[in-house]
Design a protein around this ligand. Structure first.
Ligand code: ZN
Ligand code: ZN
Ligand code: FE
Length: 719
């Protein structure tokens, strides 16, 4: 019996070689019909014997391309029309939604061609196929087809075109397909001139080999690069980027290069080689590294230094530069650019592996714009995140579209990027939000932006949002509660103090504050946060502890004292600040140049031989804890041992609290849980007493993840 069926397929099915796959499958089975993209995903009309149709539908699920993700298939029968041929239909537009793929690293086959002198794409930096290459950063509209990408301005040559139309070719309907004849070209910017003729790649390699600083255009923006083994170049780059201390991410020629420098376990190696190619934090924080992910990177690292510093090209606090090579000449000796436009910027993603499972600290290139599944369908909403490491989130049904990393929302440039990316997401996914979820903090730029929109606002407390994000990640349903430990730098509390060392019992719709660090005074706001010795002084005064160990210029101390006595301070229960203070007391850090520096130094010196822990009971009394630290410092105990006693005290305090509340599972969230050491100790403590620990995986524990939590809370409150 012959039948004709209409199939509707939703998921990540565009830009991943899905139509060619369907074409090959159908023609292989001798079936007629057509396949096409539309704004809802992929539709198929398929005609033939019922037995074969059954086979077709089974194999559709089993054999779909590696990068595809089928979320949903529905089908119905149609009138038979005697179709014996199968074809790929032109894309039609319309309303609806499909999932767009993220940018993908160069695949193995394309890499072989790149390095094969006999191949026609030998040394051509912009080669790609249906399994690899730029996607999200070049797509301007849906459905995803070449004319709706920034590749529209490169008409394919006859050879590329025949690949594109040949169902047996792995470039069949590869939208960014290109070669040296017809595709994007390299550009060399130096001094006042731009050249796109000549051995541009050789110049770039030479510059890097001789210690120069090169800006390189990648998939989602520019990097600043230099030879990681050239101390003078690295020092110069630090100066140019005003980043004296913050660790750099590097790009290594290959896995072997990394293994020669740092310990890389199997799970880390796998993550490094995924098509998403995140930066992976290796060797417990010794090195943050990634592998090449474009043809251009491959060529540079084959011929240039084996390890490059690769840091996103932007002045501190500004978003990544992705459009103007010329601007970068103030920071680099030359710019290696190209003429394929980046439509939206996208920074590298960052992850570490804990317990064999990756935790994303920044979810960006290679992941955005794939959605995160919500526990239930919500009305269309927007969440604008917090301030640092900002991201936004849009919902459509059960899907939460979390944006790429946008940067710290503290200036107009970041706000502009925010608006551009939001507009892009709204167009691509056709979401018209009915309300906006915002942080409680009255001064956040993201919130002030939201106040100017003509939509109802839903205020969500910062740490409630952190915990709700974790609950989404672990698929908690509405009505379920979770005891969560939200250890964080800063978050506005409803009592107008700054929270950050919190134990909350939360559902999506609400929370109760079960415990918190005893509040401590911060005099002078952000300027004191950059100077942990000032924090340490006011903490010690508030705890009535000896402050003789703190080095602070006399006039500053007098001023601080006066302000403190007058009560001119903000009270905070922040765990991040407590790390700063302990780091300062041990002598590790007096001033910081980036967020989290003091805590990082304290974590890095952790001495695993030390098995003791400070007494820190359920009252979470900071004075009690600091008294022990001060005593240890006075006895000249090594910083590594103080660090260990401190970390272990926190892990134990979480266990005690969890037991006191009778919880059988608890959540660990907030920026402080980027500290792998603390995460490991805490999970271990909890598991020992049979309490299950939930921590972050795909949604970052830091403020890059709170937009998802804001959405979940707003959705629960509005329903
Ligand atoms: Zn490929
Ligand atoms: Zn071509
Ligand atoms: Fe936070």
């Amino acid at each position: 019996m012959t039948e004709r069926r209409h199939l509707r397929i939703r998921g990540v099915v565009q830009g991943v070689g899905f139509r060619p796959f369907v074409f090959r499958l159908a023609t292989g089975l001798g079936l007629g019909g057509l396949v096409g993209n539309d704004a809802d995903g992929v539709f198929i009309e398929i005609e033939g014997a019922v037995g074969l149709l059954h086979q077709f539908q089974e194999r559709l699920l089993e054999e779909s391309p590696a990068l595809a993700r089928i979320d949903h298939v529905e089908w119905q029968t149609m009138t038979v029309c005697g179709d014996r041929h199968f074809s790929i239909a032109d894309s039609s537009s319309g309303s609806g939604s499909t999932l767009l793929p993220p940018d993908q690293a160069l695949c193995r086959q394309c890499r072989q061609e790149l390095l094969d002198p006999r191949d026609r794409r030998y040394a051509y930096p912009f080669l790609n196929c249906t399994q690899c290459g730029p996607r999200f950063t070049i797509i301007q509209a849906t459905p995803y087809d070449r004319p709706s990408t920034t590749m529209d301005s490169f008409p394919m040559c006859s050879e590329c075109l025949s690949e594109y139309h040949d169902p047996a070719n792995r470039r069949f309907h590869a939208q960014p397909n290109a070669c040296a004849q017809c595709g994007p070209r390299l550009q060399w910017w130096q001094g006042d001139s731009m050249q796109d003729n000549g051995p541009v790649l050789d110049w770039a390699v030479q510059l890097l080999n001789s210690g120069g600083i090169l800006a390189i255009k990648g998939l989602g923006g520019f990097h600043l690069a230099c030879d990681a083994d050239n101390a003078a170049s690295v020092a110069r780059l630090r100066q140019l980027k005003h980043r004296p201390h913050q660790p750099w991410a590097c790009m290594a020629r290959d896995l072997e290069t990394l293994k020669g420098r740092v310990q890389v376990d199997e799970d880390e190696a796998r993550l490094l080689q995924e098509p998403s190619r995140p930066i992976v934090i290796l060797g417990g924080g010794q090195l943050a590294a990634m592998l090449p992910y474009t043809g251009l990177h491959e060529l540079l690292l084959q011929q240039g230094p084996e390890l490059l510093v690769m840091t996103s090209a932007n002045p501190p606090g500004s978003p990544i530069e992705y459009r103007h090579p010329k601007k970068l000449l103030s920071m680099a000796d030359a710019v290696l650019s190209h003429n394929r436009d980046i439509y939206v910027p996208c920074d590298d993603s960052v992850a570490f592996v804990f317990g064999g499972i990756p935790t994303l600290l920044r979810r960006s290139r290679g992941f955005a714009p794939l959605p995160i599944e919500l526990p239930n369908a919500l009305e269309p909403l927007l969440a604008v995140g917090g301030e640092l490491k900002n991201t936004f989130c849009l919902t459509q049904g059960r899907q939460a579209f979390l944006s790429q990393h946008l940067g710290d929302m503290q200036n107009l440039e970041t706000l502009e990027t925010f608006e551009r990316c939001l507009e892009n997401f709204q167009r691509l996914f056709q979401v018209r939000p009915q309300a906006i979820a915002v942080d409680l903090h009255p001064a956040y730029l993201s919130r002030r932006w939201a106040e100017r929109q003509q939509l109802p606002l839903v205020e969500v407390q910062h740490h409630h949002a952190h915990l709700a994000a974790l609950m989404v990640e672990h698929k908690l349903t509405p009505g379920q509660e979770l005891l969560g430990f939200c250890f964080d730098g800063t978050g506005y509390g409803p009592d107008a103090t700054i929270w950050g060392g919190e134990c909350l019992l939360a559902s999506y719709s609400g929370y109760r504050r079960m415990a918190h660090l005893t509040p401590m005074p911060v005099v002078g706001g952000d300027s004191s946060i950059r100077c942990p010795y000032r924090l340490a002084l006011t903490y010690l005064w508030a705890c009535q502890l000896d402050d003789r160990g703190i080095e602070c210029p006399g006039h500053e101390a007098t001023l601080l004292r006066k302000q403190w006595e007058l009560g001119n301070f903000v009270a905070t229960s922040s765990m991040g600040r407590l790390f700063d203070v302990v780091s300062c007391l041990t002598g590790l850090c007096q001033k910081v140049t980036f967020e989290g520096q003091a805590a990082m130094l304290l974590q890095n010196c952790y001495d695993a031989e030390e098995l003791g822990a400070y007494d820190f009971d359920q009252r979470w009394d900071v004075a009690e804890l600091l008294a022990q630290v001060v005593a240890d410092v006075a006895h000249r105990l090594a910083p590594g041992r103080i660090s260990a006693r401190f970390h272990r005290a926190l892990a134990r305090a979480i266990r005690l609290q969890a037991k006191a509340f009778g919880a059988d599972r608890v959540g660990l969230t907030g920026g402080v849980f980027q500290n792998r050491q603390l995460l490991e100790l805490t999970v271990h403590e909890l598991n020992q007493v049979g309490v299950e620990a939930l921590w972050h995986r795909q949604i970052p524990p830091n403020d890059g993840g709170i937009a998802v939590g804001q959405i979940a809370v707003a959705g629960a409150r509005l329903s």
